[in-house]
Design a protein around this ligand. Structure first.
Ligand code: PLP
Length: 490
């Protein structure tokens, strides 16, 4: 492709993306993909796109215009529309236009950060943008940031560092055999599955992962945490790390970070805080009490690729002491050595991959295009929408119709269940009812909600925060929920 052809197709693609966003954000698609003819078709089934694609790559070059045309013909009909204002599933994953352009600029520059020399701009922009974000989050100057792909990677790195600090860096030298006693990780029963995965990959083993009970607000119980640590120590095990969560996935519960930090300090454990989704809220000062005590943590992760508006993937990992990262993960083959190694940051030693792309560009674009105040306004809008919905569920009329709010609403997710009187006391029937009404809504394409299990029973999460979601869309989904569930419940 020549530069002129690139200009031609690039402009066409930008136009296509702008038009797609306009259509998605004005609700012109069903939120989930459906088979033609729209809107009457059935939800797309697994294999639908594969069946339409050739089994092999083309032998001869194709016209690029044909590739672009297939975005509409093949790809779009198999996409779930996360940018639709009626997307209330999982968590918000906003990719603001400025982030889209930042990603394009990053790929266009084609930088690869193997060390500072391989792309000075990549390293230094990452240092600066993670520091901007640190200030926005209200964190002290003692934190240093790095951008990972995901929170899962960041938590893995945290646990590997915890393992090394506890073993006095013996495991990096001699492997797991170096440990005279099994190392133990503590996390709440509500923490994200990535914590368990990280503990397994980091070599702790499932038997050494303690699932600490939670209180009525689904937050880790500090007394139970401390008891478990004492019991393990008495049994000859080595307590190593606590992974606390600010904003759990199911209900946005808030583990008591100050208590966890005190316990970690008293017992010499590493404290990692998973604020993957909720961390974005800390850019508004009134939310910072939700992770009170954060300065006592050793590491934390916030995903700007969730609620902040930076397109996936962009996960900001902060540590107090980067030397733990470097001592644990430093690799220094001759072909990567440069004269600046002693004075410049080498981010390859701060995580798993050697090659790193310029993710900081999209964060930089978003922070500059939105400004801190613009981002704060959007977070506050979503917090207010969630409070509005919680108030509707709590209102006497909704209560009389069987609606229950299942958890506190400190952030943007409202967890509900519809409990028709006829089903009270029959948990299995209640579960069927919940999955039935949420399934109907999702299959209709008029909204997307994700159910989850809390306290052994299915509930429905309404995760507010897509860029285009205004209060009006929350009003509409609440009306749809009432209509669907109350009809289904008889
Ligand atoms: N931690 C929490 C609290 C989450 O909600 C999620 C995503 O759902 C994750 C971690 C995993 O995020 P990532 O996809 O960046 O690994």
């Amino acid at each position: 492709m020549t530069p002129d052809e690139f200009r031609l197709h690039g402009h066409a693609l930008i136009e296509w993306i702008a038009s797609y966003r306009e259509r998605a954000q004005s609700g012109q698609f069903d939120v989930i993909p459906r088979t033609a003819p729209w809107p009457a078709g059935e939800p797309v089934q697994p294999g639908a796109l594969r069946a339409r694609l050739p089994a092999e790559a083309p032998q001869q070059p194709e016209e690029f215009a044909a590739v672009l045309a297939d975005l509409d013909r093949l790809i779009l009909p198999a996409c779930t529309h996360w940018q639709d204002p009626r997307f209330f599933g999982y968590f918000p994953s906003n990719g603001l236009f400025s982030a889209v352009l930042g990603d394009l600029a990053s790929t266009g520059l084609g930088q690869l950060g193997l060390n500072w020399q391989a792309s000075p701009a990549l390293t230094e922009l990452e240092e600066v943008t993670t520091d901007w974000l640190r200030r926005m989050l209200g964190l002290s100057e003692s934190w240093r940031g790095v951008i990972h792909d995901t929170a899962s990677s960041a938590t893995l790195v945290a646990l590997v560092c915890a393992r090394e600090r506890t073993s006095d860096f013996a495991a990096t030298a001699r492997g797991l055999a170096a440990s005279d006693a099994p190392l133990v990780v503590y996390t709440s029963s509500q923490s994200h599955s990535s914590v368990e995965k990280a503990a397994l990959i980091a070599g702790f083993g499932r038997a050494q992962l303690r699932s600490i009970v939670v209180d009525e607000a689904f937050a880790m119980r500090a007394d139970a945490l401390e008891q478990a640590i004492r019991a393990d120590r008495a049994a000859g095990l080595k307590p190593c790390a606590i992974v606390a969560t600010t904003g759990t996935t199911a209900t946005t519960a808030l583990d008591p970070i100050a208590d966890c930090a005190r316990i970690a300090a008293d017992h010499g454990l590493w404290l990692h805080v998973d604020a993957a989704m909720a961390g974005s809220a800390m850019i508004v000062p009134e939310c910072r009490g939700l992770w009170d005590g954060i300065e006592g943590a050793d590491s934390l992760v916030v995903n700007p690729h969730k609620w902040l508006g930076v397109s996936f993937d962009c996960s900001a990992y902060y540590v107090r002491d980067p030397q733990h990262l470097v001592r644990t993960m430093s690799s220094n083959p001759s072909y990567l050595r440069t004269a600046t190694d002693a004075v410049a940051t080498s981010y390859r030693d701060w995580g798993v991959p050697l090659g790193r792309r310029m993710r900081a560009l999209k964060l930089w674009f978003v922070l500059r295009e939105q400004g801190v105040m613009g981002l704060q306004a959007r977070i506050r809008r979503d917090l207010a929408s969630a409070r509005w919905l919680a108030a509707q569920v709590d209102a006497p009329e909704a209560q009389a119709a069987g609606w229950r709010r299942i958890a506190p609403v400190p952030l943007q997710t409202v967890c509900v269940r519809h409990e028709p009187p006829a089903l009270c006391g029959d948990g299995a029937a209640l579960d069927r009812h919940t999955l039935d009404w949420v399934g109907r809504i999702n299959a209709s394409g008029q909204a997307w909600l994700t159910p989850g299990i809390v306290d052994g029973r299915w509930i429905v999460r309404v995760a507010i925060g897509a860029e285009a979601t205004q209060l009006q869309h929350v009003r509409e989904v609440w009306a749809l929920m009432r209509q669907t569930a109350e009809q289904a419940g008889g």
